[in-house]
Design a protein around this ligand. Structure first.
Ligand code: NAD
Ligand code: TYD
Length: 351
């Protein structure tokens, strides 16, 4: 069946992988990528598919109600996959209001536009909201986040995402808007902005810069390859039950310091440096304020009900990721020029 899908945030990290997957795999679907092109959005990410007939880009802010109405009217949107967001925890600590603006108000604005356009006929419509496991808070040494875990967000980023999730559910219960939500663990892969741990450290190792490990490096994250996140979104988009939430994760927990040491080894090998050279760059710095200790996802609902599982191991994914950054130095140079330098100074030179 043909569909016209509005993907928001499609020029960002996860969004660009999702847009590419849908444009290539579903030639009968029309994909409208709406993105404000903030520092995190980059049309270079989509050069290979930008001239495909079933793809269209619209530069707009999700807070611009007029622009959203025009897109819904011009393209007769019947599905939304909503990824546009401010996504970096450290930035949310220094500028929380920007997160409320985009993640809370922007999402409410998008929900409202969908409701306005779909209210007379909700049949065949879908508002799919992409969220994070960080809404569940922080775990101790044991236990997992399930879909039943109470929300307990602790950073301005996770609080803004939790709030947006609540609004999505409120539109389902109050107005009958057909929605589905997924909450995913930390993603890694190509085209991720080098403010997040893995691309930041790859870039720093390459340029022999210090590797700023927050606190003792004992925090734990559960990592999923971005293309596996895109495949899970594809599955949930097509098979998920309306009103349901699905946790997405790779059952792949790593303590930061162990992951960083593994990354150093891979980089030494790829850059033909002597063993242990990159590890010498590790520098323990002041901890992140309110740093969540551990995230771990129980993704069994998605596996049991929709038959999804990740396609590759972390070792394979990390090796692919390192190779991509090493082969795409132009991309890195491009995104790290300009404002990035100022961000880096402010973020790391006071620690
Ligand atoms: P990203 O920061 O790489 O990309 C965000 C995109 O949204 C950018 O292209 C940016 O230009 C766009 N955008 C930002 N504000 C906008 C606005 N007001 N209007 C329109 N576009 C705007 O983020 P990402 O890592 O790709 O994350 C995408 C989504 O997935 C987010 O909703 C995030 O919360 C969620 N998520 C991310 C992860 C992760 O590990 N990165 C994990 C789970 C969930
Ligand atoms: P990050 O990639 O920012 O994702 P999130 O905070 O959403 O989990 O960080 C992953 C982990 O790495 C987190 O525990 C914080 C830590 N970290 C550092 O130790 N140093 C850094 O410079 C960054 C960016 C993150």
């Amino acid at each position: 069946m043909s569909k016209t899908i509005l993907i928001t945030g499609g020029a960002g990290f996860i969004g660009s992988h999702l847009v590419r997957r849908f444009v290539k795999n579903y030639p009968d679907y029309k994909i409208i990528n709406l993105d404000a092109l903030t520092y995190a959005g980059n049309l270079e990410n989509l050069r290979d598919i930008e001239s495909e007939e079933n793809y269209e880009f619209v530069k707009a802010d999700i807070n611009d109600a007029e622009a959203l109405r025009k897109v819904f009217a011009d393209f007769q949107i019947d599905s939304v996959i909503h990824l546009a967001a401010e996504s970096h925890v450290d930035r949310s600590i220094s500028d929380p209001l920007a997160f409320i603006e985009t993640n809370v108000l922007g999402t409410a604005n998008l929900l409202n536009t969908a409701k306005e356009f779909w209210k007379d006929n909700m049949e065949g419509k879908l508002f799919y909201h992409i969220s994070t496991d960080e809404v569940y808070g922080s775990l101790g040494e044991s236990g997992y986040f399930t879909e039943e875990t109470s929300y307990d967000p602790r950073s301005p980023y996770s609080a803004s995402k939790a709030s947006s999730d609540h609004f999505v559910r409120a539109y389902y219960h109050t107005y009958g808007l057909p929605v589905v939500i997924s909450n995913c663990s930390n993603n890694y892969g190509s085209h991720q902005f080098p403010e997040k741990l893995i691309p930041l450290f790859i870039n720093n190792i390459r340029h022999k810069k210090a590797l700023p490990v927050y606190g003792k490096g004992d925090n734990v994250r559960d990592w999923l390859w971005v293309e596996d996140h895109a495949s899970a979104i594809d599955r949930i988009f097509h098979k998920g039950e309306l009103g349901e939430t699905y946790n997405i994760g790779g059952n792949n927990e790593w303590q930061n310091i162990k992951l960083i040491r593994m990354l150093c080894k891979i980089m030494d090998d790829r850059l033909e440096r002597k063993e242990g050279e990159s590890e010498e760059l590790i520098t323990f710095v002041k901890d992140r304020q309110g740093h969540d200790m551990r995230y771990a996802i129980d993704a069994s609902k998605l596996a049991n009900e929709l038959g999804w599982e990740p396609s590759i191991t972390f070792e394979e994914g990390l090796a692919k990721t390192v190779d991509w950054y090493l082969e795409n130095d132009d991309w890195l140079q491009n995104v790290t020029s300009g404002d990035y330098q100022k961000y880096y100074q402010e973020q790391y030179h006071s620690r």
